[in-house]
Design a protein around this ligand. Structure first.
Ligand code: 7RM
Length: 664
């Protein structure tokens, strides 16, 4: 078995902290940057006025007169203003004469499968889709589920919902039927937009069958709108199911948009918390759009008239919502929309896309950078990447090695790297350097964005000094903040606003270095981060104990060289279940991994499942996860004296070493 050396996480970060490597912005960059050095003081001088100025870059049908109404923890931004999010993303650019400008260079996973969508095309498609949704009876306020591959129709669907004031709830296409059903039920969606399937890692994967299975549990869904993407056979329920090409493509390409109040719900995005039940994070219109447009423009230094912007993420996650759809479109930017994962279509597919489309700004996750890094320097070196100007990172702490590799091999030491910290809940980026303005350090997100107030506090909520670590909190409301958890205000209060009174608790550990710059160190709760995807330990445990053979399960996130963290599960089987030999063990482990895939989705499959006769517990019966994490990461075991039976960990530890690690 190979030595397991974590390359991400606190160890590597602290090693670099001592070196304190820093890159100062070259003056020629600062001169051209959208943001000027005075931006921090300007925003600090009058936070609300500064945000109001950002909001006025949008088109308001009724201008707002109030900026913030704050009744902790409930915020209303620009409350008396009225606007339409879709009009701001599409119509106004066409009206300004930019109809022939490309909104998306769409690149399908199969090589050569491309489409170009101009702002005028987008307006016509969105208008058709809005008309179609209305003909299916969707009204403002109704929730619509979207379960789609990364095709232009997915973006069109989101915008069409926004246009008619119907909050969308995009469910990542990699989630299982069961995960889809629970999300549809929680927010009571009555319409689902999907496709027959999508291309995933070189093959056509099915989506519609998952929808059919999910809807057996969701009797209130009355219509399914289905795009034909792969041409695979699908089951059809007459009256309920409608083909996109029959319904949308035949609808009128003009649609009169109405305006909504700024706090009109725009979308729900389900995210994992510390319980088995995902939370429906609610975002509204005016504040959210202001936040994503301002951060997109200033952090990526986007010049909408020249630049090609590429967020390599899926629209099934918040990064896709804010920095593929709403931010870039609000700013009238040209984006690349890529259907595939980096591994699909050859190991140099990414570099070919950068070269072919002359991508200027690339935004992706550390896990991807580490994968590309594993494949070596020759691949990026063989392509013309000279169009790149700014590089971004998001989703998890970036280890300094990956940061340096990104800088050298992708940015050719020329491009500033923005390590952007934010969450589904924050709506947009909150902590980041600004290109040309802020110095950068490999592994640090550096400082709060203008108009954002963040702090690192100790256990008692007192700010820590430079050189110390603690918990990240946001001390003032911000425009893109979540407005609640769907249907559960108490949970909203207890999750985010109770750990430290009066401030937003992010759930992340952070450190202020000797210069006062911020380093984000990952979650401090039971949420794992697998390739930048949030998955709760409880959710996976829940899935495992759903299997008839399982008595108990404990799940931990162990550091992993490529995915940041990987899921390791410790499972005890029921008394009557016999697992006599290696073959039987393997078969059961396989079955359990598949159970997790069907309950949650393939992304939640444990890297490793250890069957053990017992789990380590304290005398009061609590599972000691800390110890399991030590076992999973092959560390010296800490204090075991509080264990009921200290021999249990040794036994598990031996199994772990004997078992090896099977690939997910
Ligand atoms: C955008 C997104 C949020 C969690 C968050 C952190 C981690 C995200 C960074 C980061 C260190 C970063 N939304 N995280 N960005 N950690 N540095 N730049 O990822 O809701 O899916 O996840 O991701 O732990 O709490 S998310």
């Amino acid at each position: 078995m190979s030595e397991h050396t974590p390359t991400s996480g606190q160890q590597a970060l602290s090693a670099l902290l001592h070196e304190n490597r820093r890159f100062d912005p070259p003056p020629e960059l600062a001169a051209r940057a959208n943001a000027q050095p005075s931006i921090y003081e300007e925003a600090a001088a009058d936070r609300l006025a500064w945000w109001a100025e950002q909001a006025r870059r949008l088109d308001w049908d009724t201008p707002f007169s109030t900026v913030l109404e704050w009744d902790l923890p409930d915020a209303k931004w620009f409350a008396d203003g009225r606007l339409n999010a879709c009009v701001n993303c599409v119509d106004r650019h066409v009206a300004a004469g930019k109809g022939s400008k490309v909104a998306f260079h769409w690149v399908g996973e199969p090589d050569g499968d491309t489409r170009t969508i101009t702002y005028k095309d987008l307006l016509e498609e969105v208008s058709r889709a809005a008309n179609a949704l209305e003909s299916l009876g969707v009204k403002a306020g109704d929730r619509v589920a979207i379960y789609m591959p990364m095709i232009p129709e997915a973006v069109v669907s989101m915008l069409a919902c926004a246009r008619i004031g119907a909050p969308h709830s995009v469910v990542f296409g990699g989630f299982s039927a069961e995960a889809l059903a629970s999300r549809i039920l929680d927010s009571d969606c009555q319409v689902v937009i999907t496709a027959d399937g999508g291309y995933r890692r070189g093959a056509a994967a099915a989506l519609k069958p998952h929808v059919d299975e999910a809807l057996e549990q969701c009797p209130t869904v009355r219509a399914v709108l289905c795009v034909r993407r792969t041409g695979q056979d699908v089951a059809w329920i007459e009256g309920r199911d409608h083909w996109w090409h029959d319904t949308v493509e035949t609808a009128s390409s003009t649609h009169q948009a109405q305006s909504f109040e700024a706090e009109q719900p725009l979308y729900l995005m389900y995210t994992s918390g510390t319980t088995a039940k995902p939370k429906g994070i609610l975002h509204t219109t005016g504040g959210y759009l202001t936040h994503v447009a301002a951060t997109h423009r200033l952090i990526f230094d986007v010049k909408p008239d020249e630049d090609v912007f590429w967020t390599a993420a899926d629209i099934g996650w918040v990064t896709g919502h804010s920095y593929i759809v709403y931010g870039p479109l609000a700013n009238g930017t040209t984006s690349v929309l890529y259907e595939g994962t980096p591994t699909a279509g050859g190991r140099d597919r990414w570099w070919r896309i950068v070269e072919d489309y002359k991508v200027n700004i690339l935004y992706t996750a550390p896990t991807t950078i580490r994968t590309l890094m594993k494949w070596g320097e020759d691949l990026p070196a063989a392509h013309d990447l000279s169009s790149l100007r700014v590089l971004g990172s998001v989703g998890e702490p970036i280890n300094p090695e990956a940061w340096m590799w990104y800088r050298k091999n992708v940015g050719r030491t020329r491009c500033p790297i923005v390590d952007t910290w934010w969450q589904t809940e924050t709506g947009g980026i909150l902590i980041t350097p600004l290109p040309g303005i802020t110095s950068t350090k490999p592994g640090a997100a550096m400082r709060p964005f203008p108009g954002i107030s963040a702090e690192v506090v100790d256990n008692e909520g007192k700010p820590v000094g430079n050189g110390e670590g603690g918990y990240l909190v946001i001390t003032e409301p911000w425009p893109g903040m979540l407005r609640g958890i769907w249907g559960d205000h108490d949970r909203y209060v207890s999750t985010y606003w109770s750990r430290f009174p009066g401030v937003y608790f992010a759930g992340d550990g952070a450190k202020k270095d000797d210069d006062g710059d911020l380093w984000l160190l990952g979650r401090v709760d039971d949420v794992m981060n697998i390739s930048g995807h949030r998955i709760s330990t409880t959710e996976v445990e829940h899935a495992l104990v759903g299997h008839p053979s399982v008595a108990e399960a404990a799940v931990v996130g162990a550091s992993d060289e490529t995915t940041g963290q990987a899921i390791v599960a410790f499972v005890t089987v029921k008394g009557n279940v016999q697992v006599e030999n290696e073959a039987a063990t393997e078969a059961l482990v396989d079955e359990l991994r598949n159970t997790v895939a069907t309950t949650i989705g393939p992304i939640a499959k444990p890297r490793q499942i250890i069957l053990t006769p017992e789990l380590p517990k304290t005398r009061s019966g609590k599972i000691m996860r800390r110890l399991l994490r030590d076992v999973a990461e092959h560390r010296e075991l800490g204090d075991v004296t509080t264990l009921m039976d200290p021999t249990v960990v040794n036994m598990i530890s031996e199994k772990m070493t004997a078992g090896g690690e099977d690939e997910a």
